[in-house]
Design a protein around this ligand. Structure first.
Ligand SMILES: *[C@@H]1O[C@H](CO)[C@@H](O)[C@H](O)[C@H]1NC(C)=O
Ligand SMILES: *[C@@H]1O[C@H](CO)[C@@H](O)[C@H](O)[C@H]1NC(C)=O
Ligand SMILES: *[C@@H]1O[C@H](CO)[C@@H](O)[C@H](O)[C@H]1NC(C)=O
Ligand SMILES: *[C@@H]1O[C@H](CO)[C@@H](O)[C@H](O)[C@H]1NC(C)=O
Length: 338
């Protein structure tokens, strides 16, 4: 073989190995047999003693407790260990088909994904026996443009081990005992002025890429039809009808603990025991890329994706917010099957 041919051959192999085949078999139905052949990644199984650590490739000298508090916004000093079986990820998978991205989460046996307690107020450390309105977030965040300078660092949201460059999220929120909303986030702002610009652009079906700090973003529910009149009434900002040819579609800007339920286009299902969870996010919810005019997420792209589970303190030891973030995975949305 000539050198050029060899180089081409090596390129082809790397390309084939790294490319993730399309999978048109996954149904969001609480039956997980359809995930059986999808490559699996593991996350360490944490324990109550706090002896289990993760590492970030960006801070190789530091080790982070696997499940940890949710208010340490830097990699150093490291967060403290807070154990909660409901967020203790042990396995995860990523898949896609022609229109959607899928994420699979499994927590340790006995953990229940999306479990929240019911009460009048948030958990109060000074009154721990009082029942409280719990919260739970199933989070997938994506470096969509494969550029680590746009978007936020995970640690800006207190997620560890950290990594840079996350532009957009899809999430499901549970609140006060039940599903509350499913949302997309556009992380491309540094202050309220920039958030207002993001809103202006999102309403026009545009998704923005910019360097960002974690706490400045837009969060919206996306429907492929008119939201119900009840949803429209409860919507905090909107609903806004997207411009043609997307004028059957609507978004409503929202925030944590919004007066749900809001049933947008993201769907999810849970196993009977509750420790497995699957989530489907249609690409359409990421709007159009303002820079290219094309769909923000589409086949052929290489993205980085990071999964987290996060919950309020009712079932934690000590009783504080707890989250677990898995390692960042590079993923290529191939248009061919395996
Ligand atoms: C949670 O739901 C309960 C029962 O429906 C209700 O009494 C309580 O006010 C709710 N809590 C919040 C924070 O909305
Ligand atoms: C994507 O993630 C991989 C694996 O963690 C990492 O090596 C790579 O640098 C990341 N890419 C970007 C653009 O951050
Ligand atoms: C970002 O990516 C560039 C190019 O791949 C790389 O040189 C740089 O070290 C990365 N920065 C971080 C913080 O990962
Ligand atoms: C908002 O952030 C951008 C980017 O850092 C900066 O250029 C702009 O001056 C800031 N605006 C305000 C009002 O702080």
């Amino acid at each position: 073989m000539s050198i050029l041919k060899q180089i081409f051959f090596i390129y082809l192999i790397i390309h084939l190995v790294k490319s993730d085949p399309i999978n048109r078999n996954i149904k969001i139905d609480g039956n997980f047999d359809d995930w059986k052949n999808v490559p699996s990644y593991t996350d360490p199984e944490d324990n109550i003693d706090g002896t289990v650590y993760d590492r970030s490739p960006w801070f190789p000298s530091l080790k982070f407790p696997d499940c940890h508090d949710a208010d340490t916004f830097q990699p150093d000093p490291i967060p403290t260990h807070v154990y909660n079986p409901n967020v203790n990820i042990v396995e995860f998978k990523i898949a896609h088909d022609d229109t959607s991205l899928y994420a699979y989460y499994r927590v340790v046996d006995g953990g229940v994904i999306g479990k929240t307690s019911v009460g009048a107020n948030e958990f109060d450390k000074n009154n721990p026996s009082q029942s409280s309105a719990g919260r739970y977030y199933v989070i997938a965040t994506v470096d969509i443009d494969n550029d680590n300078t746009t978007g936020y660092w995970l640690h800006g949201g207190a997620y560890h081990p950290t990594a840079p460059g996350f532009d957009g999220n899809f999430e499901v929120e549970f609140f006060n005992g039940s599903f509350n909303q499913d949302v997309y986030l556009d992380h491309a702002a540094n202050n309220n002025t920039e958030v207002n610009y993001l809103k202006h652009e999102n309403k026009r079906n545009q998704f923005i890429f910019r360097p960002a700090i974690y706490e400045s973003y837009t969060e919206y529910i996306y429907w492929k039809h008119k939201p119900t009149s009840s949803e429209s009434k409860r919507c905090l900002d909107g609903p806004y009808r997207l411009p043609r040819p997307y004028s059957n579609n609507y978004i409503c800007f929202t925030q944590d603990k919004a007066p749900g339920p809001f049933n947008g286009i993201i769907s999810y299902s849970r196993s009977e025991k509750g420790n497995e969870f699957e989530m489907r996010a249609p690409f359409e919810g990421f709007l159009l890329n303002k820079d290219t005019g094309r769909p923000t997420l589409q086949l052929g792209m290489t993205i980085n994706i990071s999964l987290s589970l996060e919950t309020s303190g009712e079932d934690s030891t000590p009783r504080d917010w707890s989250s677990d973030t898995a390692a960042t995975i590079q993923y290529t949305l191939s248009d061919s099957a395996a």
